[in-house]
Design a protein around this ligand. Sequence first.
Ligand SMILES: C[S@@+](CC[C@H](N)C(=O)[O-])C[C@H]1O[C@@H](n2cnc3c(N)ncnc32)[C@H](O)[C@@H]1O
Length: 498
Amino acid sequence: MINSAHFNGKAFVAALSREEQKRMGQFMTPPEIATFMARRLIENVDEPIVRVLEPAAGAGVLAAAVVQELLVRDRLPSKIELLMFELDERLVAGLAQLAREMHSACAARGVELDWQVRQEDFLLSELAVTGVSATRLLIISNPPYFKLTKNDPRAVAHSYAVYGQPNIYGLFMAACARLVTAGGKWCFITPRSWMSGNYFSAVRRTMFSHLCMDALHSFESRKDHFAEDAILQEAIITWASAVAQPEPRSQVIVTRSVGIADMEKAPVHAMPIAKLIGSGGSRMVALPVAGGGGHFDDWSDSLDTYGIKISTGPVVPFRALEYVRQFPSPGTVPLLWMQHVSTQGVVWPIQKKREHILAEAGSAWMLVRNAPMVLMRRFSPNESARRISITAYAGTLPGELIGLENHLNYIYRAGGGMSAAEALGLAAFFGSAIVDKKIRSTAGSTQVNAVDLRQMKLPPLVQILAIGNLLHFGSSLAEMDLAVERVLAAELVERQVA
Ligand SMILES: C[S@@+](CC[C@H](N)C(=O)[O-])C[C@H]1O[C@@H](n2cnc3c(N)ncnc32)[C@H](O)[C@@H]1O
């Protein structure tokens, strides 16, 4: 059954253009992953009637996996009720054919299969809109992924799960979470941006008011698990049950693999739910960093407790046309753009950008003190080894003030009082391999922004200074990683001794 669904799905996708595939979010789940998801979903389900919902069925591989896994058990259900939604009419005949195959396979094991395929937008269906479902529903889904406008009827129908720009997959997660009542279960494979992105805060709130997370499996590779579709986002599988009684000490099973090949062999960790889900209103989920490095859990400092700020470069060139210059002239000072900043430091001038700005009373409000600070590109270059492109700046370019273009963020002490060691230590820490891992495990493929850095837990400031004291302006990435590792390893030893 799974193979038949997989075969149909592959044939269907092969006939689509890449654009079409993206427009409807048609990326089919590989059979191994479908089985992996289904097995845990039906674990401990022991009812005579099992109800299954696949809200974005595609070729039906997830439904087939659930039915197949139910049929290999010793204790069989007497009846399976299967409901599949699929918006694309081209997939509907194949789904009905698959359902007939499942019906025969069930009949051969003495199990009744009652199936329905609805060619309908799930998010606008009566089921999703009312949020009222049969009890003990098992939901399994690989929903479509793409952004919607706030006025899209689907976003309007599920406005309880919208904060900022919605992504359709978040609406599927939230709408399905509402359908899980006592004895019900929920399993989704999705990109992992829902875990920490601000735009997903209403999705998370809805999820966690209806569901208790049981397990998470993350894929570290970018392509392997959907190799056929070469999907670029790292994916995460989440299994959850209806909230019986929220229990802060309950444990979530966390596993991770590079791809499909090592999925079944992944080591298992149990994490207290309170450590995974943040307690603040936005309820972010933080996966532990791969390979240990659990420092973050023990830190309580942040930029704010250091008295350090992060802001966006104030110069918006098209609004400052009268001040921005291509060539230096009396009264101009350096204007830094993203192109001047790499992890290796600041290079100015580069004779490529309009890299000078007139410093006079009218423009002074958009200039900053030319003092040590940390500069971060708001968008990482594609080829960049790290998710954060950041560097320490010594404050040595000419002028008392300088301009920072709007695509840069800068980290500074109000009044210009950041020391060189602080700038070096902070840039090395934020740019380090351990922060990179931490960010990849929570933010997925989304860009890292000022809010992420503001919310990040940091080691005590003395350690940032210790890191900075091991470095100089122009240190290599490897030297920075080494300095960060050394200082943090020493911290760990001190803590263990204490
Ligand atoms: C990511 S694919 C997954 C398909 C299948 N569940 C699987 O795992 O292989 C999502 C499917 O949802 C369908 N779809 C997109 N928007 C939908 C909607 N609003 N309601 C129902 N189905 C939708 C697409 O046509 C596509 O087949």
